[in-house]
Ligand binder design. Structure first.
Ligand code: FAD
Ligand code: NAP
Length: 315
């Protein structure tokens, strides 16, 4: 058991958390960052990133996040490998408790706990994650030029991803577990009118198929939920688009949270309902969910926290 006192506690070690740390440390706020269970955040799940500025050659997710961590440490961010399991935002200093029994008392907090892509939960899905299985078409679609891909899901994200993928892929098969889509009508019309898109209705993926050396996805085993019939679909890439889950559970008692679990902040700001508590990155972003956007909002949160702490000093 130990007590940590800080002017600024940053929760999460993704692009939002590390960027917030870099700005806050350079502003002399001596921030303390708790990394959480996934050190480096969601990008550590991906093999190649081509859309983060500053890297003319593709950079692996873990390498990019190692560099961000190193940069944060170099400017003075203190990083603690632990997970926050309890938060009390009722009064300042705010109090958080961690999995290992540490207590954190902070004058301000930046919540950058991200959002986790929902996955189907199959062992074979985990096996090919980053090797043909992806949770992000904007990130990985480029690698499937003239290839055959599948998108799993029937909501707006799946529709968006399927349409986006037609810019690269030879064919896109949308796999949906029911016989009608959840996506809105405009998106449906676009899907139905795109000659590259085919839909497998009433179908679920029962297995992701592929080779071990080299590790690569080659197809999907599909099961028709109405007839029970199984078949194999040959594809090079599969995009799981069955929704995202923002990691905001701990804070829902204290903050305004929308019906999907995203922390609500005003436009162009990371402020929350509680003065001194800020939210940055995917945990408050139902729209873009990109690393560079998360990093930018980490920057905004740190600048707002700096201003808040300066005001506090004057009181
Ligand atoms: P995250 O990266 O999700 O980080 C959240 C952090 O919070 C983690 O460190 C986690 O450990 C921590 N945390 C969670 N709960 C707690 C807790 N209770 N206590 C303490 N810490 C906690 N975007 C791109 O721009 N380009 C890409 O090529 C790209 N590829 C992607 C590939 C995949 C497979 C996925 C899933 C996403 C990809 N994205 C990509 C999206 C990008 O990863 C996210 O937009 C970005 O990581 C969001 O950053 P974040 O800092 O908000 O949150
Ligand atoms: P969503 O609307 O919750 O849709 C998730 C889809 O995945 C549903 O079709 C669901 O099937 C399916 N699904 C869920 N779990 C599954 C499982 N285990 N196996 C197979 N399929 C599964 O999520 P979303 O599409 O990510 O959208 C989230 C929110 O963002 C929505 O409000 C959406 O409108 C919004 N959004 C808007 C746009 C846009 O306007 N362009 C783009 C993206 C997202 P069922 O339909 O059978 O439940």
């Amino acid at each position: 058991m130990s007590d940590n006192k800080t002017s600024l506690l940053i929760i999460g070690s993704g692009p939002a958390g590390y960027t917030a740390g870099i700005y806050a440390a350079r502003a002399g706020l001596n921030p303390l960052l708790v990394s959480g269970p996934q050190i480096g955040g969601q990008l550590t799940l991906t093999t190649e990133i081509e859309n983060f500025p500053g890297f003319p050659e593709p950079v692996s997710g873990p390498e990019l996040m190692d560099k961000m961590r190193e940069q944060a440490q170099n400017v003075g961010v203190k990083i603690i490998e632990d997970k926050i399991i309890e938060a009390d935002l009722s009064a300042r200093p705010f109090t958080c408790r961690s999995e290992t029994g540490q207590t954190f008392k902070a004058d301000s907090i930046i919540i950058s706990t991200g959002a986790s892509a929902r996955w189907l939960g199959l062992e074979s899905e985990k096996n090919f994650l980053g090797f043909g299985v992806s949770g992000c078409a904007t990130c990985d679609g480029f690698f499937y030029r003239n290839k055959d891909v599948a998108v799993i899901g029937g909501g707006n994200t799946a529709a968006d991803e399927a349409l986006y993928l037609t810019n690269f892929a030879r064919s896109v098969t949308l796999i949906h577990r029911r016989d009608s889509l959840r996506a809105d009508q405009t998106m449906q019309d676009r899907l139905f009118n795109n000659p590259k898109i085919k839909i497998e209705w009433n179908s679920v993926v029962s297995e992701f198929l592929g080779t071990d050396t080299p590790k690569s996805l080659t197809g999907l085993k599909l099961k028709n939920v109405k007839t029970g019939a199984e078949k194999e679909l040959k594809i090079d890439g599969a995009f799981v688009a069955i929704g995202h889950h923002p990691n905001s559970e701990l804070f829902k008692e204290w903050l305004d949270i929308d019906k999907e679990g995203y922390i609500i902040t005003p436009p162009n700001s990371c402020k929350t309902k509680v003065s001194g508590v800020f939210a940055a990155g995917d945990v408050k972003d139902p729209l873009y969910r990109q690393a560079v956007v998360a990093a930018a909002s980490g920057c905004i949160a740190a600048l707002e926290a700096e201003k808040y702490l300066n005001e506090l000093k004057k009181q």
